[in-house]
Design a protein around this ligand. Structure first.
Ligand code: AHR
Length: 497
Protein backbone atom coordinates (compact mmCIF):
# COMPACT_ATOMS: atom_id res chain seq x y z
CA UNK A 1 0.00 0.00 0.00
CA UNK A 2 1.17 3.54 -0.70
CA UNK A 3 0.50 6.83 1.07
CA UNK A 4 1.69 10.38 0.61
CA UNK A 5 1.93 13.54 2.71
CA UNK A 6 2.48 16.86 0.92
CA UNK A 7 3.02 20.24 2.55
CA UNK A 8 3.75 23.74 1.39
CA UNK A 9 5.65 26.31 3.44
CA UNK A 10 3.04 28.93 2.54
CA UNK A 11 0.20 26.84 3.84
CA UNK A 12 0.16 26.46 7.61
CA UNK A 13 -2.60 25.57 10.07
CA UNK A 14 -1.17 27.63 12.89
CA UNK A 15 1.75 28.42 15.12
CA UNK A 16 1.68 25.87 17.91
CA UNK A 17 1.05 27.15 21.41
CA UNK A 18 3.61 25.25 23.49
CA UNK A 19 0.90 24.64 26.10
CA UNK A 20 -0.47 22.02 23.68
CA UNK A 21 2.02 19.72 25.42
CA UNK A 22 0.75 20.30 28.93
CA UNK A 23 0.02 17.59 31.46
CA UNK A 24 -1.84 17.11 34.70
CA UNK A 25 -1.09 16.20 38.31
CA UNK A 26 -4.08 15.61 40.55
CA UNK A 27 -4.21 14.75 44.23
CA UNK A 28 -5.34 11.27 43.24
CA UNK A 29 -3.88 7.85 43.95
CA UNK A 30 -0.08 7.86 43.81
CA UNK A 31 0.34 10.91 41.56
CA UNK A 32 1.50 13.26 44.31
CA UNK A 33 2.16 11.06 47.36
CA UNK A 34 4.50 8.17 46.48
CA UNK A 35 4.72 9.65 42.99
CA UNK A 36 6.42 13.00 42.62
CA UNK A 37 6.69 13.32 46.45
CA UNK A 38 8.23 10.58 48.56
CA UNK A 39 10.36 12.10 51.34
CA UNK A 40 11.68 8.70 52.50
CA UNK A 41 13.02 7.81 49.06
CA UNK A 42 16.81 7.77 48.68
CA UNK A 43 16.59 10.00 45.61
CA UNK A 44 14.46 12.69 47.21
CA UNK A 45 15.54 16.31 47.54
CA UNK A 46 15.34 18.42 50.70
CA UNK A 47 11.66 19.15 49.99
CA UNK A 48 10.76 15.46 49.72
CA UNK A 49 10.39 15.39 45.92
CA UNK A 50 12.01 12.57 43.97
CA UNK A 51 14.88 13.82 41.84
CA UNK A 52 14.73 10.79 39.54
CA UNK A 53 11.08 11.55 38.78
CA UNK A 54 11.88 15.19 38.08
CA UNK A 55 14.52 14.10 35.59
CA UNK A 56 12.11 11.89 33.66
CA UNK A 57 9.40 14.56 33.75
CA UNK A 58 11.93 17.03 32.33
CA UNK A 59 12.50 14.68 29.36
CA UNK A 60 8.87 15.20 28.42
CA UNK A 61 9.37 18.97 28.30
CA UNK A 62 5.87 19.78 29.56
CA UNK A 63 5.36 23.55 29.67
CA UNK A 64 2.16 23.55 31.74
CA UNK A 65 0.76 21.29 34.47
CA UNK A 66 -2.86 21.40 35.59
CA UNK A 67 -3.25 21.13 39.40
CA UNK A 68 -4.68 20.04 41.92
CA UNK A 69 -7.59 18.34 40.09
CA UNK A 70 -9.67 16.96 38.49
CA UNK A 71 -12.57 15.71 40.56
CA UNK A 72 -10.44 16.30 43.67
CA UNK A 73 -10.63 20.07 43.31
CA UNK A 74 -14.40 20.11 43.72
CA UNK A 75 -14.04 19.31 47.42
CA UNK A 76 -10.67 20.95 48.05
CA UNK A 77 -9.85 23.75 50.48
CA UNK A 78 -6.64 25.23 49.15
CA UNK A 79 -5.90 26.77 52.58
CA UNK A 80 -5.48 23.23 54.01
CA UNK A 81 -2.27 22.97 52.00
CA UNK A 82 -0.47 26.07 53.32
CA UNK A 83 1.46 26.81 56.53
CA UNK A 84 3.54 24.45 58.67
CA UNK A 85 3.17 20.90 57.40
CA UNK A 86 2.69 19.42 60.87
CA UNK A 87 -0.36 21.62 61.40
CA UNK A 88 -2.04 20.75 58.11
CA UNK A 89 -5.29 18.78 58.48
CA UNK A 90 -5.92 15.24 57.32
CA UNK A 91 -9.11 15.36 55.33
CA UNK A 92 -11.42 12.97 53.53
CA UNK A 93 -11.11 13.33 49.79
CA UNK A 94 -14.66 12.50 48.75
CA UNK A 95 -13.94 12.46 45.02
CA UNK A 96 -11.59 9.47 45.24
CA UNK A 97 -12.64 8.26 48.73
CA UNK A 98 -9.04 8.60 49.87
CA UNK A 99 -7.20 10.24 52.78
CA UNK A 100 -5.63 13.62 51.95
CA UNK A 101 -2.72 14.55 54.23
CA UNK A 102 -2.13 17.98 52.68
CA UNK A 103 1.63 17.55 52.94
CA UNK A 104 1.82 18.97 49.43
CA UNK A 105 0.02 22.22 48.71
CA UNK A 106 0.43 25.18 46.42
CA UNK A 107 3.87 26.27 47.76
CA UNK A 108 5.41 22.85 47.32
CA UNK A 109 3.77 22.24 43.96
CA UNK A 110 4.67 25.64 42.52
CA UNK A 111 8.31 25.10 43.48
CA UNK A 112 8.34 21.60 42.01
CA UNK A 113 6.72 22.81 38.77
CA UNK A 114 9.34 25.52 38.40
CA UNK A 115 12.07 22.93 38.81
CA UNK A 116 10.66 20.86 35.95
CA UNK A 117 10.30 24.00 33.85
CA UNK A 118 6.53 24.06 33.80
CA UNK A 119 3.91 26.68 34.57
CA UNK A 120 0.98 25.77 36.81
CA UNK A 121 -2.58 25.76 35.48
CA UNK A 122 -4.40 26.17 38.79
CA UNK A 123 -7.98 24.98 39.20
CA UNK A 124 -10.32 26.58 41.73
CA UNK A 125 -13.10 24.74 43.52
CA UNK A 126 -16.49 25.66 42.08
CA UNK A 127 -18.12 22.50 43.44
CA UNK A 128 -18.40 23.11 47.18
CA UNK A 129 -16.98 26.64 47.13
CA UNK A 130 -17.40 29.83 45.17
CA UNK A 131 -16.33 33.33 44.17
CA UNK A 132 -14.79 34.41 47.46
CA UNK A 133 -12.51 31.40 47.89
CA UNK A 134 -11.40 31.55 44.25
CA UNK A 135 -10.55 35.24 44.53
CA UNK A 136 -8.66 34.67 47.78
CA UNK A 137 -6.67 31.84 46.26
CA UNK A 138 -5.71 34.07 43.35
CA UNK A 139 -4.81 36.92 45.69
CA UNK A 140 -2.66 34.53 47.73
CA UNK A 141 -0.87 33.26 44.64
CA UNK A 142 -0.46 36.35 42.48
CA UNK A 143 -0.83 39.56 44.49
CA UNK A 144 2.44 41.34 45.19
CA UNK A 145 1.91 42.06 48.93
CA UNK A 146 0.28 44.33 51.49
CA UNK A 147 -2.95 42.34 51.83
CA UNK A 148 -3.96 39.61 54.25
CA UNK A 149 -3.62 36.78 51.74
CA UNK A 150 -0.51 37.97 49.91
CA UNK A 151 1.29 38.67 53.20
CA UNK A 152 0.33 35.23 54.43
CA UNK A 153 1.99 33.76 51.36
CA UNK A 154 5.15 35.70 52.20
CA UNK A 155 4.96 34.54 55.80
CA UNK A 156 4.67 30.97 54.50
CA UNK A 157 7.94 31.32 52.66
CA UNK A 158 7.19 32.68 49.18
CA UNK A 159 8.09 36.35 49.06
CA UNK A 160 7.63 36.47 45.32
CA UNK A 161 4.12 35.81 43.98
CA UNK A 162 3.72 32.49 42.15
CA UNK A 163 2.54 34.42 39.08
CA UNK A 164 0.11 31.75 37.90
CA UNK A 165 -1.16 32.77 34.48
CA UNK A 166 -3.67 30.05 33.54
CA UNK A 167 -6.64 29.23 35.84
CA UNK A 168 -9.42 26.68 35.50
CA UNK A 169 -12.91 27.50 36.75
CA UNK A 170 -13.75 24.21 38.44
CA UNK A 171 -13.76 20.76 36.91
CA UNK A 172 -16.31 18.71 34.94
CA UNK A 173 -19.23 20.54 36.49
CA UNK A 174 -21.64 18.82 34.05
CA UNK A 175 -20.91 15.39 35.56
CA UNK A 176 -23.38 13.90 38.10
CA UNK A 177 -20.31 12.32 39.84
CA UNK A 178 -18.88 15.76 40.51
CA UNK A 179 -19.14 17.07 44.05
CA UNK A 180 -21.30 20.15 43.67
CA UNK A 181 -22.52 19.09 40.20
CA UNK A 182 -24.50 21.90 38.56
CA UNK A 183 -26.79 22.55 35.66
CA UNK A 184 -25.37 24.58 32.78
CA UNK A 185 -27.33 27.62 33.97
CA UNK A 186 -26.11 27.30 37.56
CA UNK A 187 -22.52 26.75 36.55
CA UNK A 188 -22.57 29.38 33.80
CA UNK A 189 -23.70 32.06 36.25
CA UNK A 190 -21.21 31.05 38.93
CA UNK A 191 -18.33 30.76 36.46
CA UNK A 192 -19.11 34.18 34.95
CA UNK A 193 -19.20 35.93 38.32
CA UNK A 194 -16.07 34.12 39.51
CA UNK A 195 -14.23 34.98 36.30
CA UNK A 196 -15.26 38.63 36.56
CA UNK A 197 -14.01 38.89 40.13
CA UNK A 198 -10.78 37.01 39.44
CA UNK A 199 -9.93 39.32 36.55
CA UNK A 200 -10.46 42.28 38.86
CA UNK A 201 -7.71 40.89 41.11
CA UNK A 202 -5.33 40.12 38.22
CA UNK A 203 -6.25 41.22 34.71
CA UNK A 204 -3.33 39.35 33.19
CA UNK A 205 -4.64 35.85 33.93
CA UNK A 206 -6.31 33.57 31.40
CA UNK A 207 -9.36 31.55 32.35
CA UNK A 208 -10.60 28.15 31.25
CA UNK A 209 -14.32 27.48 31.68
CA UNK A 210 -15.65 23.90 31.87
CA UNK A 211 -17.08 22.32 28.76
CA UNK A 212 -18.47 18.79 28.78
CA UNK A 213 -16.73 15.88 30.49
CA UNK A 214 -17.06 13.88 27.28
CA UNK A 215 -18.90 14.32 24.01
CA UNK A 216 -21.14 11.43 25.13
CA UNK A 217 -22.78 13.45 27.92
CA UNK A 218 -26.55 13.90 27.37
CA UNK A 219 -26.08 17.63 27.87
CA UNK A 220 -23.20 17.92 25.36
CA UNK A 221 -23.75 20.87 23.04
CA UNK A 222 -26.36 22.62 25.12
CA UNK A 223 -23.90 22.70 28.01
CA UNK A 224 -21.25 24.49 25.95
CA UNK A 225 -23.76 26.93 24.47
CA UNK A 226 -25.39 27.89 27.76
CA UNK A 227 -22.12 28.14 29.70
CA UNK A 228 -20.61 30.33 26.99
CA UNK A 229 -23.69 32.51 26.78
CA UNK A 230 -23.03 33.39 30.43
CA UNK A 231 -19.25 33.54 30.39
CA UNK A 232 -18.20 34.57 26.87
CA UNK A 233 -16.94 38.02 27.79
CA UNK A 234 -14.94 36.89 30.82
CA UNK A 235 -13.18 33.66 29.83
CA UNK A 236 -10.53 32.72 27.29
CA UNK A 237 -10.81 28.97 26.76
CA UNK A 238 -13.48 26.29 26.88
CA UNK A 239 -12.39 22.87 28.13
CA UNK A 240 -12.80 19.44 26.52
CA UNK A 241 -12.09 16.09 28.17
CA UNK A 242 -11.93 12.68 26.56
CA UNK A 243 -10.49 9.26 27.33
CA UNK A 244 -10.30 6.36 24.90
CA UNK A 245 -9.88 2.62 25.28
CA UNK A 246 -9.88 -0.72 23.49
CA UNK A 247 -12.40 -2.54 25.67
CA UNK A 248 -13.69 -4.57 22.73
CA UNK A 249 -10.20 -5.61 21.69
CA UNK A 250 -10.73 -4.31 18.16
CA UNK A 251 -7.58 -2.47 17.20
CA UNK A 252 -8.90 -1.11 13.88
CA UNK A 253 -11.79 0.57 15.65
CA UNK A 254 -9.60 1.60 18.59
CA UNK A 255 -7.01 3.45 16.51
CA UNK A 256 -9.82 5.09 14.54
CA UNK A 257 -11.06 6.86 17.66
CA UNK A 258 -8.76 9.81 17.01
CA UNK A 259 -11.38 10.68 14.36
CA UNK A 260 -13.82 11.02 17.23
CA UNK A 261 -11.45 13.45 18.95
CA UNK A 262 -11.23 15.45 15.72
CA UNK A 263 -15.03 15.57 15.39
CA UNK A 264 -15.38 16.53 19.07
CA UNK A 265 -12.98 19.46 18.64
CA UNK A 266 -14.66 20.69 15.47
CA UNK A 267 -18.11 20.50 17.04
CA UNK A 268 -17.00 22.51 20.06
CA UNK A 269 -15.33 25.09 17.81
CA UNK A 270 -18.66 25.49 15.97
CA UNK A 271 -20.49 26.07 19.24
CA UNK A 272 -17.94 28.69 20.35
CA UNK A 273 -18.31 30.47 17.05
CA UNK A 274 -22.10 30.23 17.17
CA UNK A 275 -22.12 32.02 20.53
CA UNK A 276 -19.65 34.55 19.14
CA UNK A 277 -22.07 35.39 16.33
CA UNK A 278 -25.03 35.46 18.67
CA UNK A 279 -23.24 37.91 20.91
CA UNK A 280 -21.87 39.97 18.04
CA UNK A 281 -18.47 39.63 19.69
CA UNK A 282 -15.05 40.18 18.14
CA UNK A 283 -13.48 37.87 20.63
CA UNK A 284 -12.58 34.27 19.77
CA UNK A 285 -12.82 31.56 22.40
CA UNK A 286 -10.16 28.89 21.97
CA UNK A 287 -10.04 25.40 23.38
CA UNK A 288 -8.25 23.76 26.28
CA UNK A 289 -8.30 19.98 25.80
CA UNK A 290 -7.23 19.71 29.37
CA UNK A 291 -7.80 15.98 29.88
CA UNK A 292 -6.99 13.47 27.16
CA UNK A 293 -5.46 10.02 27.14
CA UNK A 294 -6.19 6.31 27.08
CA UNK A 295 -7.95 5.15 30.26
CA UNK A 296 -9.62 1.78 30.67
CA UNK A 297 -7.14 -0.85 31.82
CA UNK A 298 -7.48 -0.12 35.54
CA UNK A 299 -11.27 0.34 35.74
CA UNK A 300 -12.05 -3.08 37.25
CA UNK A 301 -9.14 -3.25 39.68
CA UNK A 302 -10.06 0.19 41.08
CA UNK A 303 -13.45 -1.13 42.22
CA UNK A 304 -11.68 -3.51 44.63
CA UNK A 305 -9.74 -0.84 46.57
CA UNK A 306 -10.47 -0.14 50.22
CA UNK A 307 -11.55 3.48 50.80
CA UNK A 308 -9.77 6.13 52.86
CA UNK A 309 -6.19 5.07 52.17
CA UNK A 310 -3.36 7.55 51.73
CA UNK A 311 -2.04 7.23 48.16
CA UNK A 312 -3.98 4.13 47.03
CA UNK A 313 -2.88 2.69 43.66
CA UNK A 314 -5.79 4.19 41.71
CA UNK A 315 -6.07 4.56 37.92
CA UNK A 316 -2.75 2.76 37.38
CA UNK A 317 -3.30 1.83 33.75
CA UNK A 318 -0.45 -0.23 32.36
CA UNK A 319 -0.14 0.86 28.77
CA UNK A 320 0.69 -1.48 25.93
CA UNK A 321 2.11 -0.99 22.46
CA UNK A 322 -1.25 -0.32 20.79
CA UNK A 323 -1.92 2.45 23.37
CA UNK A 324 1.30 4.15 22.28
CA UNK A 325 0.01 4.16 18.69
CA UNK A 326 -3.31 5.56 19.89
CA UNK A 327 -1.57 8.34 21.81
CA UNK A 328 0.41 9.08 18.62
CA UNK A 329 -2.86 9.38 16.63
CA UNK A 330 -4.34 11.66 19.32
CA UNK A 331 -1.26 13.90 19.34
CA UNK A 332 -1.41 14.27 15.57
CA UNK A 333 -5.10 15.14 15.89
CA UNK A 334 -4.34 17.87 18.43
CA UNK A 335 -1.71 19.27 16.06
CA UNK A 336 -4.21 19.25 13.18
CA UNK A 337 -6.43 21.46 15.32
CA UNK A 338 -3.71 23.72 16.71
CA UNK A 339 -5.44 26.78 15.26
CA UNK A 340 -8.09 26.44 18.00
CA UNK A 341 -6.66 24.05 20.58
CA UNK A 342 -4.15 26.21 22.43
CA UNK A 343 -3.88 24.20 25.64
CA UNK A 344 -3.99 20.44 26.06
CA UNK A 345 -3.08 18.31 29.07
CA UNK A 346 -2.11 14.68 28.84
CA UNK A 347 -3.99 13.25 31.82
CA UNK A 348 -2.02 12.54 33.80
CA UNK A 349 1.75 12.64 34.39
CA UNK A 350 2.91 10.27 37.13
CA UNK A 351 1.40 6.89 38.20
CA UNK A 352 -2.23 7.90 37.52
CA UNK A 353 -3.05 7.08 33.85
CA UNK A 354 0.47 8.24 33.25
CA UNK A 355 3.49 8.00 30.97
CA UNK A 356 5.76 7.79 34.04
CA UNK A 357 5.51 5.16 36.78
CA UNK A 358 7.29 4.98 40.11
CA UNK A 359 7.90 2.17 42.55
CA UNK A 360 7.78 2.96 46.25
CA UNK A 361 11.38 3.02 47.51
CA UNK A 362 12.32 1.92 44.02
CA UNK A 363 12.79 2.89 40.42
CA UNK A 364 10.92 5.03 37.99
CA UNK A 365 10.06 3.68 34.55
CA UNK A 366 8.61 4.81 31.25
CA UNK A 367 5.34 3.46 29.89
CA UNK A 368 4.89 2.83 26.15
CA UNK A 369 2.97 6.11 25.72
CA UNK A 370 5.93 8.06 27.09
CA UNK A 371 7.71 7.88 23.73
CA UNK A 372 5.23 9.45 21.29
CA UNK A 373 4.42 12.16 23.82
CA UNK A 374 8.09 12.92 24.43
CA UNK A 375 8.84 13.17 20.73
CA UNK A 376 5.88 15.34 19.80
CA UNK A 377 6.41 17.60 22.81
CA UNK A 378 10.09 18.09 22.01
CA UNK A 379 9.98 18.19 18.21
CA UNK A 380 6.46 19.40 17.50
CA UNK A 381 7.30 23.03 18.15
CA UNK A 382 6.89 25.90 15.72
CA UNK A 383 4.33 25.90 12.92
CA UNK A 384 2.06 23.03 11.96
CA UNK A 385 1.71 22.70 8.19
CA UNK A 386 -1.57 21.92 6.44
CA UNK A 387 -1.39 18.22 5.57
CA UNK A 388 -2.47 16.96 2.15
CA UNK A 389 -2.75 13.24 2.68
CA UNK A 390 -3.33 10.51 0.13
CA UNK A 391 -4.12 7.19 1.75
CA UNK A 392 -6.29 4.14 1.35
CA UNK A 393 -9.00 3.84 3.97
CA UNK A 394 -10.74 1.05 5.87
CA UNK A 395 -14.08 0.75 7.61
CA UNK A 396 -14.37 -0.12 11.29
CA UNK A 397 -17.27 -0.74 13.66
CA UNK A 398 -17.84 2.95 14.39
CA UNK A 399 -16.08 4.71 11.52
CA UNK A 400 -16.80 4.41 7.81
CA UNK A 401 -13.57 5.74 6.33
CA UNK A 402 -10.42 5.52 8.35
CA UNK A 403 -7.15 6.46 6.60
CA UNK A 404 -4.51 3.79 7.17
CA UNK A 405 -2.05 6.58 7.82
CA UNK A 406 -2.33 9.37 10.40
CA UNK A 407 0.32 11.97 9.69
CA UNK A 408 1.38 15.59 10.07
CA UNK A 409 4.47 17.75 9.57
CA UNK A 410 5.73 20.57 11.77
CA UNK A 411 8.26 23.24 10.86
CA UNK A 412 10.37 24.43 13.75
CA UNK A 413 11.37 27.87 12.52
CA UNK A 414 13.90 28.34 15.34
CA UNK A 415 15.97 25.31 14.40
CA UNK A 416 14.76 25.27 10.77
CA UNK A 417 13.87 21.63 11.10
CA UNK A 418 10.93 19.83 9.50
CA UNK A 419 9.53 16.95 11.48
CA UNK A 420 7.15 14.33 10.13
CA UNK A 421 5.04 12.26 12.52
CA UNK A 422 3.20 9.23 11.16
CA UNK A 423 1.22 6.22 12.39
CA UNK A 424 0.50 3.20 10.23
CA UNK A 425 -2.83 1.85 11.51
CA UNK A 426 -2.71 -1.32 9.43
CA UNK A 427 -2.08 -4.56 11.32
CA UNK A 428 -0.51 -6.37 8.42
CA UNK A 429 0.42 -4.04 5.58
CA UNK A 430 3.54 -1.97 5.00
CA UNK A 431 2.97 1.55 3.74
CA UNK A 432 5.36 2.84 1.07
CA UNK A 433 5.33 6.43 2.31
CA UNK A 434 6.43 9.55 0.48
CA UNK A 435 6.69 13.03 1.88
CA UNK A 436 6.83 15.99 -0.46
CA UNK A 437 7.32 19.63 0.42
CA UNK A 438 7.46 22.97 -1.31
CA UNK A 439 9.31 25.97 -0.01
CA UNK A 440 12.00 24.30 2.08
CA UNK A 441 15.48 23.33 1.10
CA UNK A 442 15.96 20.02 2.77
CA UNK A 443 19.31 18.33 2.77
CA UNK A 444 19.75 15.91 5.63
CA UNK A 445 17.79 13.49 7.70
CA UNK A 446 18.91 14.31 11.23
CA UNK A 447 17.01 11.52 12.97
CA UNK A 448 14.55 8.80 12.05
CA UNK A 449 12.97 6.60 14.71
CA UNK A 450 10.13 4.14 15.00
CA UNK A 451 8.15 2.19 17.54
CA UNK A 452 7.38 -0.98 15.62
CA UNK A 453 7.56 -4.73 15.64
CA UNK A 454 6.02 -5.33 19.05
CA UNK A 455 3.11 -7.47 20.05
CA UNK A 456 0.04 -5.22 20.41
CA UNK A 457 -0.23 -6.09 24.08
CA UNK A 458 3.46 -5.66 25.01
CA UNK A 459 3.99 -3.39 28.00
CA UNK A 460 7.00 -2.10 29.93
CA UNK A 461 5.66 -3.32 33.28
CA UNK A 462 8.09 -6.20 33.81
CA UNK A 463 10.89 -5.40 31.42
CA UNK A 464 10.92 -1.61 31.72
CA UNK A 465 12.97 -1.38 28.56
CA UNK A 466 10.91 -3.58 26.27
CA UNK A 467 8.94 -1.08 24.19
CA UNK A 468 11.22 1.77 23.21
CA UNK A 469 12.29 3.85 20.22
CA UNK A 470 14.46 2.23 17.59
CA UNK A 471 16.40 3.79 14.79
CA UNK A 472 14.47 3.69 11.53
CA UNK A 473 16.40 2.43 8.52
CA UNK A 474 15.98 3.02 4.80
CA UNK A 475 14.78 6.58 4.85
CA UNK A 476 15.77 8.24 1.59
CA UNK A 477 15.79 11.98 0.87
CA UNK A 478 16.19 13.02 -2.75
CA UNK A 479 15.18 16.30 -4.41
CA UNK A 480 13.10 17.38 -1.43
CA UNK A 481 11.20 14.10 -1.55
CA UNK A 482 11.45 11.65 1.26
CA UNK A 483 10.56 8.02 0.94
CA UNK A 484 10.46 5.20 3.42
CA UNK A 485 8.42 2.25 4.58
CA UNK A 486 6.08 2.55 7.54
CA UNK A 487 5.85 -0.88 9.09
CA UNK A 488 2.46 -2.35 10.07
CA UNK A 489 1.30 -0.87 13.40
CA UNK A 490 4.09 1.68 13.76
CA UNK A 491 4.80 5.14 15.15
CA UNK A 492 7.39 7.01 13.06
CA UNK A 493 9.25 10.30 13.54
CA UNK A 494 11.55 11.71 10.88
CA UNK A 495 13.48 14.93 11.46
CA UNK A 496 14.88 16.69 8.40
CA UNK A 497 17.00 19.82 7.86
O1 AHR B 1 -8.07 12.31 35.24
C1 AHR B 1 -8.87 11.52 36.07
C2 AHR B 1 -10.26 12.12 36.26
O2 AHR B 1 -10.96 12.09 35.06
C3 AHR B 1 -10.31 13.57 36.66
O3 AHR B 1 -10.22 13.75 38.04
C4 AHR B 1 -11.66 13.99 36.19
O4 AHR B 1 -11.70 15.35 35.86
C5 AHR B 1 -11.96 13.08 35.02
O5 AHR B 1 -13.20 12.51 35.10
Amino acid sequence: MEAKLSVNRQNAISRIDKRLYGSFIEHLGRAVYDGIYEPEHKNSDADGFRKDVKEVVAELNVPLIRYPGGNFVSGYKWEDGIGPKEKRPRKLDLAWRSMETNQVGIHEFAKWAKEVNAEVNMAVNLGTRGIQEAVECLEYCNFEGGTHWSDLRKQNGSVEPFGIKTWSLGNEMDGPWQIGHKTAEEYGRLAAETAKAMKLVDGSIELVVCGSSTSKMPTFGDWERIVLEHTYDYVDYLSLHCYYGNKENDIGNYLAQSLDMDRFIKTVVSICDFVKVKKGSDKQINLSFDEWNVWYHSNDQDKELEPWQVAPPLLEDIYNFEDALMVGCLLITLLKNADRVKIACLAQLVNVIAPIMTEKNGDTWKQTIFYPFMQVSNYGRGVVLTPHVESETYGSKDFAEVPYIETIAVHNDETDELVVFAVNRSEDRDIAFTFEEEGFELETITEATELAGYDKKDTNATNHDLVKLKEKSEVVLKDSRLSTVLKPLSWNVIRIK
